[in-house]
Write a protein that binds this ligand. Structure first.
Ligand SMILES: Nc1nc2c(ncn2[C@@H]2O[C@H](COP(=O)(O)OP(=O)(O)OP(=O)(O)O)[C@@H](O)[C@H]2O)c(=O)[nH]1
Ligand SMILES: [Mg+2]
Length: 467
């Protein structure tokens, strides 16, 4: 079957596996009549217009039947929700069947709906329909998946900022201001006899200048939004036996890495997802860096170097008792990589001035004991300061988390700057208006206006089925 937007679609909207309940969702113009073919209000198993006759926006107890055999086969007992267009998630007629959350029963119910005339929904197709139906703009639709994927407080806050339409409203406001400027210029071009070119140009310039500032402010939120959505990668590295794995375990609150007093204990990368200040952090413990002829250890050292190169922050652990700072480690990593040096084991050595002297002068340094936890507060604070975590109010401000949005905002900003320059250079106003139009078009793309089907499909293919 070639997928069409007029099809009635069905999918399991809850995760596959055993659960208290599962929800099978059906959306489209024939949702009610298709549901009638598998549902009935009593155990009698007599076909009826069960859903069609339900009152709108109500829930009823019912039964799923397979009516295809010589006798109706009872499949499940369920709750049925009927929602009539347009007051639904998709803006279409929608039926949700709350069934028992077993693998077989849920799949059988879906299979019956497909046999009854529904089509299996594609990833994100319910949300795509909400967008195509005009209930939400594209920036809100994109945030739906961010919210589902959010694993930390700030990921959730950033997603809800998009989902609640905060970005959409800000972009719409900028678009409206640009459109008004274009309209004013168009009027001046249409009635040249009034010769108010210069005044209109000045007004347009002020408006455009204000919108540039607004867009720049929005664009600058991306660095925090990206961290909230994608998280940061923090790598723990240093010489063998420095206490890297002990530090890893301190962060995780469990014995995630093996700790022994044998240098070279950790061979492979040990990764763990944690939450710091509401942000998702991927923490990686690595093999101690040293020159070695041991082939296994050498592979571990190479892997450690690769992890460091891809990190956002390096926690370089130095053993206060046997301080070594590997030039190879610092020399081979990008200069832009953020670093915090940790002088560890200060419980066993108090005066670490000689250790400090080994470190770069301007380095961020924390003295601590990974064993006792003393100094860990300073380390958390240093991480917060270095990665600028927690400096943004995710609860109240519009925040950009999508690279696509950031790119379009920056492109629109460039075009607006060009308008200002053209105006200052005395270019004709129709010339300026053309760039204003292009800038507005870029912003409209964020909202999903005038964009190709390919772009839309590309966005929704990253969704899960059933959403
Ligand atoms: N006194 C003291 N000992 C520590 C501290 N941190 C780690 N150690 C000890 O140092 C030894 C090595 O600790 P690990 O955490 O395994 O060190 P590592 O850097 O992961 O070592 P490799 O995996 O071999 O590179 C163990 O005996 C730890 O108990 C600390 O803060 N103070
Ligand atoms: Mg280790």
């Amino acid at each position: 079957m070639i997928p069409s937007e007029n099809d009635t679609i069905a999918a399991i909207s809850t995760p596959v596996g055993n659960g208290g309940i599962a929800i099978i969702r059906l959306s489209g113009q024939d949702a009610f009549t298709i549901a009638d073919k598998i549902l009935c209000g009593s155990k009698s198993g007599v076909l009826s217009a069960f859903v069609s006759e339900m009152e709108d926006h109500t829930v009823r107890h019912g039964y799923v039947f397979d009516f295809s055999g010589s006798r109706p086969e009872l499949i499940d007992e369920c709750l049925v929700t009927k929602m009539t267009a347009p007051r639904t998630y998709t803006t279409e007629n929608t039926v949700e069947i709350n069934s028992h959350g077993g693998y077989s029963v849920v799949n059988k119910t879906l299979e019956l709906l497909l046999k009854a005339g529904a089509r299996a929904a594609e990833p994100g197709e319910f949300t795509k329909r909400a967008f195509l139906g005009g209930r939400i703009d594209l920036s809100s639709a994109e945030a739906v998946m961010d919210l589902i994927n959010a694993k930390t407080d700030n990921s959730r806050r950033a997603a809800i900022s998009g989902l609640s339409g905060r970005i959409g409203r800000e972009i719409t406001a900028v678009c409206d201001a640009i459109t008004s400027a274009i309209a004013a210029i168009d009027v001046s071009i249409e009635y040249p006899e009034y010769e108010f070119d210069e005044a209109v140009g000045k007004d347009a310039l002020v408006t455009v200048g204000d919108q540039i500032k607004r867009l720049e402010a929005l664009s600058s939120t991306y660095s925090q939004g990206k961290i909230a959505k994608e998280g940061v990668s923090v790598v723990i590295a240093g010489s063998p036996n420095a206490g890297k794995s002990t530090l890893m375990n301190l962060f995780c609150g469990t014995d995630r890495s093996i700790v022994t007093n044998v240098p070279g204990t950790t061979r492979d990368l040990i990764e763990e997802q944690i939450q710091l200040f509401g942000f998702p952090v991927t923490l990686t413990d690595t093999a101690g860096i040293r020159q070695t002829s041991d082939i296994v250890e050498k592979i571990g050292v190479d892997k450690a170097m690769d992890a460091i190169s891809a990190a956002d922050l390096l926690l370089y652990v130095v053993d206060a008792l046997e301080p070594v700072v590997e030039d190879s480690l610092l020399g081979d990593v990008p200069g832009s990589l953020k670093k915090i040096f940790i002088i560890n084991k200060t419980d066993a050595r108090e005066d670490v001035a000689a250790v400090r002297a080994l470190l770069p002068e301007d380095a961020a340094v924390v003295e601590m004991s990974a064993l006792t936890g003393s100094g860990s507060g300073e380390l958390f604070q240093a991480i917060k300061d270095t990665l600028l975590l927690g400096s943004f109010d995710f609860t109240n401000e519009a925040v950009i988390t999508s690279k696509r949005h950031k790119q379009l905002i920056d492109e629109a900003c460039d075009l607006l700057r060009l308008c200002v320059k053209s105006n200052e250079d005395g270019m004709p106003l129709d010339f300026v208006a053309e760039d204003l139009r292009l800038a507005a078009d870029k912003l409209c793309e964020i909202l999903g206006k005038n964009i190709s089907e390919d772009v839309i499909n590309n966005i929704f293919q990253h969704f899960c089925v059933g959403k």
